[in-house]
Design a protein around this ligand. Sequence first.
Ligand code: DX5
Ligand code: ZN
Length: 218
Amino acid sequence: MKEVMIAPSILSADFSKLGEEIKLVEDLGAEYLHFDVMDGHFVPNISFGIPVLKSISKLHNMVNDVHIMISEPKKYIQKFADAGAQIITFHYEACNSLQEVKDVIDLIHSYGVKAGLSIKPNTPVEVFDPFLKDLDLVLVMSVEPGFGGQSFIPEALNKIAYLRNAIDEKDYDCLIEVDGGINDKTAHLCAEAGVDILVAGSYLFGRKDIVERMESLR
Ligand code: DX5
Ligand code: ZN
């Protein structure tokens, strides 16, 4: 089984020492830094946005993996690209048509940024089908977006397996990422199903045994 990559979600970090928290997970070998943007409209929570991304995006050498849980994503792509996003993952459910999904993917690419598409737990995995050839990443939510610390929804495993098969069959260059309720147990279930990147927030940040916890995910 290929080695999974780790994307710590800073939503669960201590924001009074965000720089130190980022350095800690980088030193522990995280390849991606997961940046959860929430607008209080698409999801019932507000997190952080462009000024914070601007201030941290150059602090480290991990991939700035920006997950925008916002309405009207098209309006903000340039701002996140300019602030240092290297992947921008938006939500299928935030778009009003298939054409809009395609337009947002093309817009992200026009700024030289990788494009990701995410679906909520109740959205069927087949909605990815028309976009897989254009996407750099697909994000399967294994919790209802909006909060860290929730429990893993096992149906996510079927979606990961479906995507693994679809991507390998056509040899697409598209990474599979899973997000929500990832811990030492669910991580291995996701890896067996074929995931490439694990997002983990509350399992890692604020924990005294973060070194062992990081190792337990691989
Ligand atoms: C939830 C976010 C997730 C969340 C993960 O809407 O997209 O990235 O921060 O947190 P944990 O790992 O605690 O479930
Ligand atoms: Zn996320």
